[in-house]
Each structure stands twice: as structure tokens, then as C-alpha cells.
Design a protein. Structure first.
Length: 224
């Protein structure tokens, strides 16, 4: 079972796209939406029935954090005790510490405006990254980069053109955290809505890799 946040800290359609990605992944999750206006809220009891908690994209980090901070302790405890967290764009920012759930061995930062960044706009656009060393084009909208501590218990799955991590899997206690700046869950409706066309086609293999690496990949153990 995967719990997928849906509520005021997520964007229209983002939660549904993450749920679809999880259901179609090799692990083939059952999914349930959770949040303050859903039948299931984010509580220790609800999380105890899940294997994974997913935080989709949304609006600004500070605004989202005001809505999510009350869930920080249950989410941290869930992951520390062996659960799994997946963060996409805003959800990846919230995996960091300033502000956020503080699940990463380091923190996040805005890629747009970072030294040498190829993307200078916060509008929906395309970005070229290297996933496991291979060039790919992905949907992007002001996603984070990751600043990991040296020797951190983490694996970098993808990098931006600057070499900064674009997708990571890290240990947190007995659990794992997967976080990605671009949007591997973006389906055709995202591209059509933003009047964008991916020259390499719309594929979900990168999202599946993130999911499976978070669930089953080898990550150095956390010392926390």
C-alpha cells in the first residue's frame, strides 16, 4: 500500500499522476489518497498500514510547509522505522530541511538560478539531465537540486548539466527516501497542457527506476 498526499499542498492532477506511476510500477502498489480533506488523513495509524508515502508536486515551498508541518513528526517516524518516502519536485523540496521534513543527509536548493543552470525560468519547461549517466529529457518546473553531505548514505540516480544531483535515494534510519527535481510522472496531459513536446517521447522508466531504487536499491545504511 502506498499513501499519496492529495490536498492544499499539491497541484491539480499531480497526486493522481504519482498514484498512476506507483500502480504501474514493477512493485504494483495499491494506492490511497491521504490528506486533510480525504477519507484518510496522515496519522501514525494510517502510515502503519502503508509501505510508502508519496508527496507530489505543488506550489511554493513555504506555503506548502505551513500546510504540511503538522505532519512532519508522523512522517519522520514512519520513515525512520523502515518506511519509504517519495518526493516529486515540491515533495523533494519538503524532503529537505529548510523548510521540510529533514529526511535527507543534506538539503535541497533551487536549481533555477544556480551557477551554470540551463533553465532560467520557473515556468513549465523541458530539461536535459543525465540519468544513470545517460542523457534524457524530462518535464521540469522549478524543481530542486540536492546538496548532500560528503560520504552521505545516498545514491545519486541523476544529475543536472551542472553536475548537481537531480534525483537521489538516501537512507533515513531504517527507511529510505527517494527524491527527484524533474517530473518522471508527467503524462501526456502535462505536456499538452503546457504546450510542450518531449523530443524523446513520453516514457515512465525513470519514474519506475526511482520507485524501485527507493524500495529495493542498495543504499549505505544511515547512522541516524
Amino acid at each position: 500500500m502506498a499513501l499519496v498526499y492529495r490536498g492544499p499542498a499539491s497541484c491539480n492532477g499531480c497526486s493522481e499522476s504519482v498514484a498512476t506511476l506507483l500502480r504501474n510500477s514493477p512493485t504494483a502498489f495499491r494506492t490511497q489518497f491521504c490528506g486533510p480533506d480525504e477519507a484518510v488523513d496522515i496519522t501514525p495509524a494510517a502510515l502503519a498500514k502503508a509501505t510508502l508515502y508519496a508527496q507530489p508536486g505543488g506550489g511554493s515551498v513555504n506555503s506548502a510547509w505551513r500546510k504540511m508541518r503538522r505532519y512532519a513528526d508522523p512522517i519522520r517516524s514512519f520513515v525512520h522505522q523502515g518506511g519509504h518516502y517519495l518526493g516529486f519536485c515540491l515533495g523533494a523540496y519538503l524532503a529537505g530541511a529548510s523548510p521540510g521534513f529533514d529526511l535527507l543527509p543534506g538539503d535541497t536548493d533551487e536549481y533555477v538560478g544556480s551557477p551554470g543552470a540551463q533553465v532560467r525560468t520557473t515556468d513549465d519547461t523541458l530539461i536535459q539531465i543525465r540519468w544513470r549517466g545517460r542523457p534524457r529529457t524530462m518535464y521540469f518546473q522549478d524543481g530542486p537540486l540536492f546538496r548532500l553531505r560528503p560520504g552521505a548514505p545516498a545514491v545519486v540516480l541523476a544529475t543536472y548539466d551542472t553536475g548537481a544531483p537531480a534525483a537521489v535515494v538516501a537512507a533515513y534510519g531504517s527507511g529510505r527516501v527517494g527524491a527527484v527535481g524533474p517530473h518522471p510522472e508527467a503524462d501526456r496531459s502535462w505536456y499538452d497542457g503546457a504546450d510542450l513536446s518531449n523530443p524523446t517521447g513520453i516514457h515512465f522508466d525513470l519514474g519506475y527506476d526511482l520507485v524501485e531504487s527507493t524500495m529495493h536499491g542498495a543504499v549505505p545504511p544511515s547512522k541516524s
